[in-house]
Design a protein around this ligand. Structure first.
Ligand SMILES: C[S@@+](CC[C@H](N)C(=O)[O-])C[C@H]1O[C@@H](n2cnc3c(N)ncnc32)[C@H](O)[C@@H]1O
Length: 188
């Protein structure tokens, strides 16, 4: 078993915790993006940091039938979903299982008691729907709001599919997202 951590302090803490727990995986301090060839092939590759791209090196270093699990998202937001990909014939493919659960942040986590005590509390009557209705001004070579609307209509037109209906395929040429059917994918 091998684990890769880029932050030397976190890697050192992991080494110590693992030793105390009686576990002895190889702890590599470095960039996990390239995997870790000396330990390959792996039956399972599990990422615990958000990915925008699944590196092909991971596919190459996974045994046939092996599984890659990683929180994955686009560059347009931070709402990642868990990708579960099965590797066969140099291609990793599979669906998203669910959205990544984010730790609940409470008001008191970032506002001191002193600040909270002196604050005025009120309730707004502005709804989210009202907030998003209005005029938009677009500049530059792309009409981004038009693209957002088109993407929203595409999504609503397909019954507002949840992440479980989407999947990801990674091959030597890049990564592709699909809805329902891996054969109908688009690059990202
Ligand atoms: C959410 S924390 C998870 C920490 C720990 N692995 C765990 O599961 O509890 C994400 C970790 O990924 C590490 N990380 C981010 N990018 C990395 C990379 N390219 N290679 C290796 N580690 C990376 C960060 O330093 C951070 O410690």
């Amino acid at each position: 078993m091998t684990t890769v951590e880029v932050d030397a302090a976190v890697a050192a803490a992991a080494r110590e915790s693992l030793r105390r727990a009686g576990l002895g995986p190889t702890v590599v301090t470095g960039d996990g993006y390239g995997g870790h060839l000396p330990g390959a092939p792996y039956d399972r590759v599990i990422a615990t940091c958000g990915m925008r791209e699944i590196p092909y090196a991971w596919v190459e270093q996974t045994a046939p039938g092996g599984i890659v699990v990683a929180p994955w998202g686009t560059r347009y937001g931070n709402g990642d979903a868990v990708a579960r990909l099965v590797v066969e014939d140099g291609v990793a493919s599979g669906r998203f299982t669910r959205l990544v659960r984010r730790a609940a942040v409470r008001h008191g986590d970032y506002v001191s008691q002193e600040g909270a005590d002196g604050a005025d509390a009120s309730t707004t009557t502005v709804t989210e729907a009202e907030f998003h209705t209005g005029r938009y001004t677009q500049y530059g070579p792309r009409r981004l709001w038009d693209e957002v609307e088109a993407a929203f209509r595409w999504w609503t037109g397909r019954g507002k599919p949840g992440v479980e209906r989407f999947g990801l395929t990674v091959d030597a040429g890049g990564q592709y997202v699909w809805l329902d059917d891996p054969a109908a994918s688009w690059g990202i």
